[in-house]
Design a protein around this ligand. Structure first.
Ligand SMILES: *Cc1c(COP(=O)(O)O)cnc(C)c1O
Length: 229
């Protein structure tokens, strides 16, 4: 078995164990393989091991990998910061965007989504770590932003995403993920049809799964340590 195949197996086992410990079903948690900085042959190796969903942070790099693997039937998720002058290739080549934090970017993506493709699936990124993080909308802005995005014709709002401040403290990890989950629960109670909580990375996926993650975004534990971040 290749290193990537055995790493994937180990990550799937971690997800399953965390799900069962939390009284959830392992299949409620989707594994997104974050392939940023790795060459496309690593993606192909992971695809051979059964992985279908891949995440990328950089537009050009992600588009190049999506184009190089069109015959493999993979799903590409954009998870990095997105500037308004780079929205078109994302609207054209990705199935998902997890990192929406401004209405202007969402409006551009909706306008630029090709009519031959299904709506772009999107999550709103929320800053659940306060001053420690610069990414994501403020928790108190999430409701207004989600409502506006839900009205855009070529986007389908699926849920929320967060990248909490990195910490090894399990209770602190859970508290941050719990803040995202409570915003999500409130939006659902208010009538938004959300079904996705994108949270958890290599070092904190157990805490995320126990707090309700439906997508975990895993890079290092699958592909190894990146040389650059
Ligand atoms: C890089 C990255 C990941 C993966 O992080 P690992 O610690 O390598 O698992 C997940 N989400 C986002 C937004 C990232 O930028």
């Amino acid at each position: 078995m290749s290193a990537i195949a055995s790493n994937l197996q180990a990550v799937r086992a971690r997800i399953a164990e965390a799900a069962i410990a939390a009284g959830r079903k392992p299949e409620e948690v989707e594994l997104l393989a974050v392939s940023k900085t790795w060459p496309v042959d690593r993606v192909i190796e992971a695809a051979r091991a059964g992985q279908r969903a891949f995440g990328e942070n950089y537009v050009q790099e992600g588009v190049a990998k999506a184009l190089a693997t069109v015959d493999l039937d993979l799903t590409w998720h954009f998870i990095g910061p997105l500037q308004s002058n780079k929205t078109r290739p994302v609207a054209e080549h990705f199935a998902w965007v997890h990192s929406l934090e401004r209405l202007k970017i969402a409006e551009r993506l909706s306008a630029q989504r090709p009519s031959v493709l299904p709506p772009l699936q999107v999550c709103v990124q929320v800053n659940v770590s306060g001053e420690a993080s610069k990414s994501g909308c403020a928790p108190e802005e999430a409701s207004t932003l989600c409502r506006a995005i839900a009205d855009l014709p070529r986007l389908r709002l699926r849920g929320l995403m967060a990248i909490p401040e990195a910490t090894d403290d399990d209770a602190a990890q859970r508290a941050a993920f719990g803040r995202l989950r409570s915003i999500y629960n409130q939006l659902r109670a208010d009538g938004l049809p959300l079904d996705t909580l994108s949270m958890g990375m290599s070092h904190d996926l157990e805490a995320a799964v126990s707090e309700g993650a439906t997508i975990v975004r895993i890079g290092t534990a699958i592909f190894g340590e990146r040389k650059t971040t």
